[in-house]
Design a protein around this ligand. Structure first.
Ligand SMILES: NC(=O)c1ccc[n+]([C@@H]2O[C@H](COP(=O)([O-])OP(=O)(O)OC[C@H]3O[C@@H](n4cnc5c(N)ncnc54)[C@H](OP(=O)(O)O)[C@@H]3O)[C@@H](O)[C@H]2O)c1
Length: 233
């Protein structure tokens, strides 16, 4: 049987390239997102699209129960709102926390049940450099820091059952998410990295795909930097 990868937000940006990666590696791919209007793999026989708003945390157990075997979970869906810390409406805070941290944690909890039974599975969380160094969207940074921390915590609880769970932390990458970053900040960023450009979605997807397929088992509970020298260590 073909292996199955579940990719949240696998219809756009980095997630689309992750979907492409797994298709190229002969996986079946389940893509969960809200809008498949322009999704290039919508009619692909190896792709199942599931229209679902991942901020609905309560519905996640039922969502996963109906999807069957999942060998790889890629928690990719996420948003950045670029609102100032002192004018951040409570409903926006609630939404970004639900989508960026509660939903991946709920998905890990649900999908890991079947992975534990099989004593096998891989999970990759798409965090961000924002979770390591902070961010002007304070709740974006906080949720991404939480996702890195959750990766490490889960590796200790579910890792001994045969599950490999890691995160990636990319600096700005060329996707629609850059639309909400001011031009001056984008130019300043490019000056701060080694090659003077943003990451490509494919570069992030190749790293996520590697962690989701063949990376060594000993890499577990890690967060891989993809930031082109953005910060000194
Ligand atoms: N681009 C960057 O510079 C950058 C840097 C660091 C980390 N990241 C992380 O990479 C991940 C992907 O971002 P991207 O850059 O590819 O951005 P993007 O092009 O805006 O993609 C966001 C994805 O999340 C999905 N999504 C958003 N809200 C959702 C909801 N309520 N329910 C289900 N799916 C939802 C979107 O699909 P629908 O709109 O169809 O629902 C879309 O597929 C995010 O977690 C982001 O934080 C990005």
């Amino acid at each position: 049987m073909d292996k199955v990868a579940l990719v949240t937000g696998g219809n756009k940006g980095i997630g689309l390239e992750v979907t492409r990666y797994f298709l190229n590696h002969n996986y079946k791919v389940i893509v969960v997102a809200r809008d498949f209007n322009q999704f290039e793999f919508a009619d692909n026989e190896h792709v199942k699209t599931v229209t679902y708003d991942l901020s609905d945390i309560e519905g996640i157990p039922e969502l996963i129960a109906q999807l069957g075997q999942i060998d790889v979970l890629i928690n990719n869906a996420g948003i950045m709102l670029s609102l100032p810390y002192d004018d951040y409406p409570q409903d926006k805070i609630d939404h970004i926390i639900k989508l960026n941290i509660e939903s991946p944690v709920a998905l890990i909890r649900e999908v890991s049940k079947q992975m534990i039974e099989r004593k096998s599975g891989r999970i990759v969380n798409n965090a961000s450099i924002a979770g390591q160094i902070g961010h002007p969207d304070i709740w974006y940074g906080i949720t991404k820091a939480g996702l890195i921390n959750a990766t490490k915590s889960f590796s200790k609880s579910i890792g001994p059952h045969g599950i490999i769970i890691n995160a990636v932390a990319v600096s700005p990458a060329e996707t629609n998410m850059l639309d909400v970053i001011p031009e001056a900040r984008k130019e300043a960023f490019k000056k701060s990295v080694i090659t003077g450009r943003f990451a490509k979605a494919k570069e992030v997807a190749d790293t996520i795909g590697w962690l989701g397929t063949i990376s060594p088992d000993y890499i577990n509970g890690s967060c891989i930097d993809i930031n082109n020298g953005s910060f000194p260590r």
